[in-house]
Structure formats: C-alpha cells, structure tokens
Design a protein around this ligand. Structure first.
Ligand SMILES: [Zn+2]
Ligand SMILES: [Zn+2]
Length: 348
C-alpha cells in the first residue's frame, strides 16, 4: 500500500510488524549498540545541531566596512550586522583594503546573533591584483595586522586599495596567507583588479600552476572559458560574493550592498571556517551560486521530503528520527538496524 506523500506532511507509524522487531532483536544480540545515533538524540542540548545537518546557507565572503577608505556613508557595527542578517546572509567575511581595523568591532556586534563573521583582508598585490585572506572565526584584527606586517604593509597604508604590496609576488603573498592559517582566495578574477583580467602570458600560467590558492571569486556566472584547458588545466573552487557595492556609486562600498551577490555553501551549524574549507575541497557538491544567478531557496523544495520518523507503541516505542532534507547516510554494523529503518519507511 502506498500513496503520494505531500510536502510537509508528517508521518507516524505503529511498529507491529514481527519482521522488523526480529531484525531489531538480532541487532541487540550482536553486542553492537543498536541505532546508536538515535540514543544520542536523548541529549537535548545536542539535538538542534544534529537535526539540522548540512544545509545550504547564504554567505557573502567579500564585504568592506568603513575601515576601507572607499566606503561611503556612516554606519555603526550593530547596524552593519543587522543589514547583513536582513539581507539573508548567515556568514560574512570582512575583507577591507589592506586593514583589519573593523574586524573586532563587527565580530563583537555579531556575537549572539545568527551571523558568523570571518575575519579577513583584501590585499593589493603588484601589479594591481586583489588577493583575499579569510581567517577562522576565532581570529581577529590582530591576526590580520600580523599578516600585513609580514607583507611589509605599514600603518599609513591601511584601508587604501591603491597601496601595493611591492616586495612580494602573488605566489609569495598566497604562501604567507597559508602560513598565517588563513585561506587565500584570488578576488574577482574576471573583473577589474582580478588576477585573470590583469595578468597574462607566463605570469598568469605560473600563478595558475604554482600558487596554492584555496579558491577564486568570480563576478560572471561561470569561470572564464580557458580555465580547465592546458595550460590552465587546474580548475579551482569558485564562488560569488558581493564586494558590497554602493547602490548609486558602483565603485564604492556601502553596507546596503551586502549580499547583493552571494553564494550558497553547504554548511553545518554553527557555521565554521573548517566547514568553509571543506566546501573548497568539494565545490561541486557544496557550493552553488546565490543571488543574482540563482534565487536563494535554502529551505523548501518542490518534491516530497520525509522529515521525521516517529514510532508509537511496540518495542521501539518513542523512537524519534529527524531526517535531513538533503542526503541522509545511515552507518552501522551488520544487524544494527539500517534495514529496519528502511522497512519502517516502507511500512508506513
Ligand atoms: Zn577588490
Ligand atoms: Zn573588495
């Protein structure tokens, strides 16, 4: 017996099938904790995070604050964070021009909110290429300042995008970012000050073949056509972010531009830098375009989804399984109840 399942409909089943009970008992005899992942739900405080699993979250990994000299308007850190949340972002990376001055302020304002803030910086490297460093969420302004000092960027040049790191090549800057424990990203490669746009010939080939950048940021809908073909056979992880443009002056920055272009990253709650790093390793599965190239449809779907399995009565009375709307993977030894779970769904 089966019938169509409507989206959002919750299912309950009574476990009175002898087959499923027998399988369950066999599992117990094997001295393997049966359905161990179920028992951990008993710890109430762990339940919310486990329920959510990996979800696509809207993230903007390139935003400027008033610490950048080309930022227009005045805004408090609290209003800045409020704007990011209102735009639907779950995480942002603060990437001001050659400074980390506002990182701690934004982190402080975001504490206790739904927004994760990654410290970062946008470094201008000779001959005018922008490179981003994205630090773990537990780092701050001091870590950004440390990195800038190693690149010989003095206090007077902070916040200016025209200041150039002249003593180090792009490859060296990428290496220094790695050594500082941050993710190096080539910013807006297919646009003004982007590595792909600015460089050519052997310099570009060398960068593509040698540099250890973790990802590239793009402005257009897809990577430049030549990437993927010799000598640019390395296809890096790529994503979209806003560079928060001012609504009236495209070349300047404003908090109103946060999230105007963004990406969806498949992440676990709470959102961490480690999760982001994993996305860069598995971009085909974990990174999607967000606005403006695709609508942000993080929740909801057009097909039926099994959200939860609850059992009333019988041996497994009270069993309550919450499923993820994406892929659910059931792992366990032989006889621990993997098939029982499928039987339960079938039996419903
Ligand atoms: Zn830039
Ligand atoms: Zn920028």
């Amino acid at each position: 017996m089966s019938r169509a399942i409507a989206a959002g409909e919750s299912y309950q089943t009574r476990l009175d099938s002898p087959l499923t009970i027998r399988r369950w008992l066999m599992g117990r005899q094997m001295e393997v904790e049966p359905l161990q992942f179920v028992s951990s739900f008993d710890k109430e405080q762990e339940m919310p995070a486990m329920q959510r699993g990996l979800r696509f979250c809207a993230v903007d990994l390139h935003v400027h604050t008033p610490a950048s000299k080309c930022f227009r308007g005045t805004v408090t850190p609290e209003d800045y964070v409020a704007q990011a949340i209102q735009s639907g972002m779950r995480a942002i990376a603060i990437t001001d021009h050659n400074t980390g001055d506002w990182v701690d302020r934004i982190k402080e304002a975001a504490a206790g909110t739904s927004l994760t803030v990654f410290p970062g910086v946008e470094i201008s490297v000779q001959p005018g290429v922008h490179v981003l460093a994205i630090f773990p969420e537990n780092r701050g302004s001091a870590h950004v300042t440390d990195l800038l000092a190693k690149l010989d960027l003095g206090v007077d040049s902070r916040g200016e995008q025209d200041t150039l790191v002249t003593r180090h090549s792009i490859e060296m800057v990428v290496n220094q970012i790695r050594l500082a424990g941050a993710l190096p990203v080539l910013a807006h490669i297919d646009d003004y000050n982007g590595a792909w746009q600015v460089l050519s010939g052997q310099t570009r080939e060398k960068l593509w073949q040698k540099a250890e950048f973790a990802a590239v940021e793009i402005v257009n809908q897809s990577l430049p056509d030549e990437i993927g073909r010799d000598p640019y056979s390395h296809v890096p992880a790529y994503y979209w972010s806003s560079d928060n443009p001012h609504p009236d002056q495209n070349t300047k920055h404003s908090h109103l531009g946060i999230g105007s272009r963004c990406s969806l990253f498949k992440l676990e709650e709470p959102i961490t830098w480690e999760g982001l790093r994993l996305c860069f390793h598995d971009p085909g599965v974990r990174i999607r375009p967000g606005t403006p190239y695709a609508p942000i449809q993080v929740q909801g779907s057009t097909h039926p989804v099994l959200e939860r399995i609850m059992i009333q009565g019988g041996f497994l009375d009270g069993l309550d399984l919450i499923l993820n709307p994406n892929l659910n993977c059931v792992i366990g030894g032989r006889g621990t109840g993997k098939s029982t779970l499928l039987e339960l769904i079938r039996y419903a």
